[in-house]
Design a protein around this ligand. Structure first.
Ligand SMILES: NC(=O)c1ccc[n+]([C@@H]2O[C@H](COP(=O)([O-])OP(=O)(O)OC[C@H]3O[C@@H](n4cnc5c(N)ncnc54)[C@H](O)[C@@H]3O)[C@@H](O)[C@H]2O)c1
Length: 346
């Protein structure tokens, strides 16, 4: 493994709070640029982590706004790799304010790419989302199909992919990853994601309520997400430059997810209740390309991530599962009314 100087934007969000220590554990130098919208929980956990030595000398935190050119210029300076996670990061949060979502999920990506290239960064790994596909009827939703985004979040994710692909060149390796919904434990825990929410309900209430249940929801484990981003810092550019990869290996129906959780938490005698729903949206993706082109081997599963999250819940890591910090849209609405976040200000 070649140690890299990696800028992780959004490095203390849900994924970042697991990715940042993972990269430090692999021996990389890591600079995080994050506005820390949803608490300092990831940073607090990193400071308490005894599992890898001497990380402090290889770590730097920049609290700042990705939309600010001055901040971005100093964030990219001296780095050779960028893993771009920072975003308004789901459909309902993106719908609160289209201008903010465009600024963060699209405009700022253009700014980051331009400044990265000017500063001599060699590799750009972009966290897009499989939600760019919208709802497709065909059997295999592969990268060959056109995205048909149906929300502001997914529209600007799709447009930012195009910026990333267009920026690719022999001396600038740029790749888009489209994860399915990520599930599992993070110190900056999200419970607005299906597997995580159902697991929390199973542990605290012993009841899981499934609305409809026949809709498929592609998922990928947190351990796979951080593993892949780590691998991509080292992958031969010939295999990834200018390319886009779906990333999610389990396309289960919501009722099947509930049964996996029920099975994993057998000792809790979890009951599954099914209610009716008008939301019949059915999503699925094929990740055959990443398996074939990169030879990627999945390291996790929904079941394994449920087990991990249960451990954290049992240890009392999240005393208030309903707290706004665990739900991006709830949190944004609160921050907005308290004027804590300068929305659409630039
Ligand atoms: N979590 C998932 O299921 C999932 C699935 C597919 C794709 N993704 C993508 O992966 C990435 C990470 O997702 P996540 O779940 O960790 O999201 P998150 O919302 O938990 O974290 C996003 C981070 O970005 C930071 N941020 C937001 N706006 C910023 C700005 N203007 N300047 C600086 N920092 C800013 C926030 O403070 C936060 O720490 C996102 O791009 C998301 O779209 C996530």
């Amino acid at each position: 493994m070649i140690p890299k100087k990696i800028l992780v934007t959004g490095g203390f969000g849900y994924v970042g709070a697991r990715l940042t220590p993972h990269l430090l554990g692999l021996g990389h130098q890591v600079r995080v640029l994050d506005q820390m919208l949803y608490t300092d929980a990831g940073l607090v956990a990193l400071k308490a982590d005894q599992s890898f030595p001497q990380w402090q000398s290889r770590f730097e935190l920049m609290r700042g706004d990705l939309r600010d050119p001055v901040v971005v210029a100093s964030a990219v300076k001296g780095m050779d790799t960028i893993i771009h996670l920072a975003a308004i990061s789901n459909d309902p949060t993106g719908d609160i304010d289209e201008v903010l979502t465009r600024q963060v999920n699209f405009d700022a990506v253009g700014l980051l790419l331009a400044q990265a290239r000017a500063a001599g960064v060699q590799r750009f790994i972009n966290a897009s989302s499989s939600s760019v596909f919208g709802i497709k009827d065909c059997a295999d939703v592969t990268e060959a199909l056109e995205p048909e985004p149906i929300t502001f979040y997914s529209k600007y994710k799709m447009l930012s992919e195009w910026l990333v692909t267009a920026a690719a060149s022999p001396d600038f390796c740029a790749v888009n990853i489209r994860p399915a919904t990520i599930c599992g434990y993070s110190p900056r825990q999200r419970f607005d994601l299906t597997v995580n929410k159902l697991t929390a309900d199973a542990v605290r209430k012993r009841v899981i309520t499934v609305h409809g249940g026949e809709q498929r929801r592609p998922n990928v484990g947190m351990s796979d997400a951080i593993n892949l981003y780590g691998i991509l810092t080292q992958t031969d550019p010939k295999l990834i430059n200018g390319r886009t990869f779906n990333f999610g290996f389990e396309n289960l129906k919501v009722i099947e997810i509930a049964r996996v959780i029920q099975g994993e938490l057998k000792d809790l005698n979890v009951e599954i209740k099914v209610t009716d729903t008008l939301d019949k949206r059915d999503y699925h993706i094929s990740s055959a390309k990443i398996l074939q082109v990169l030879g990627y081997q999945p390291v996790s599963s929904i079941r394994a991530e449920v087990a991990n999250l249960r451990q954290a819940l049992d240890s009392g890591a999240f005393p208030d599962i309903d707290a706004a910090e665990h739900y991006n849209m709830k949190f944004m609405k609160g921050a907005r009314s308290a004027k804590a976040y300068e929305f659409a200000s630039r």
